[in-house]
Design a protein around this ligand. Structure first.
Ligand code: DQA
Length: 144
């Protein structure tokens, strides 16, 4: 099984940006945790981060016919991007949306998620563990 884990804008600043909301662990630590978990589960994983919407669209498209699942934290593009929604719909790869913070308990503008309509599940507010939980859902086939 091959999983693609995508992080959107500002998630490369984990550990620096608003640690009270996103925690003290860095993006590199997140990547190490994901790689370690994937290895323990015997699944292949590719990690990708970009601050640019079109690059994120390209990466989602690259999963077509190649990946068995996508875990995506689109960052602020969650709340604005129809292009990311369309990309996930286009490739038809099972996808789980992840947010480190509990977006449902935050500002009104964070209550909208365009990509959610194309995702099998959303995990929000579980910190970095949320990425591993999303991978588990995909591995168990619970995110068709
Ligand atoms: C986030 C929540 C978004 O609202 C925000 O723009 C982010 C991170 C999260 O992981 O909690 O960049 O997706």
């Amino acid at each position: 099984m091959k999983l693609l884990v995508i992080n959107g804008p500002n998630l490369n600043m984990l550990g620096i940006r608003e640690p009270g909301i996103y925690g003290a662990e860095s993006y590199d630590t997140l990547c190490a945790r994901i790689r370690e978990f994937a290895a323990a589960q015997g699944v292949e994983v590719e990690l990708y981060q970009s601050n640019h919407e079109g690059d994120l669209v390209d990466k989602i498209q690259s999963a077509y016919g190649k990946m068995d699942g996508i875990v995506i934290n689109p960052g602020a593009y969650t709340h604005t991007s129809i292009a990311l929604l369309d990309a996930v719909k286009a490739v038809g790869v099972p996808t789980v949306e992840v947010h480190i913070s509990d977006v449902s308990a935050r500002e009104d503008f964070r209550q909208v998620s365009y990509i959610r309509a194309a995702c099998a599940a959303t995990i929000s507010g579980h910190g970095l563990d949320g990425y591993l939980e999303a991978m588990e859902l995909l591995m168990e086939g619970k995110a068709p």
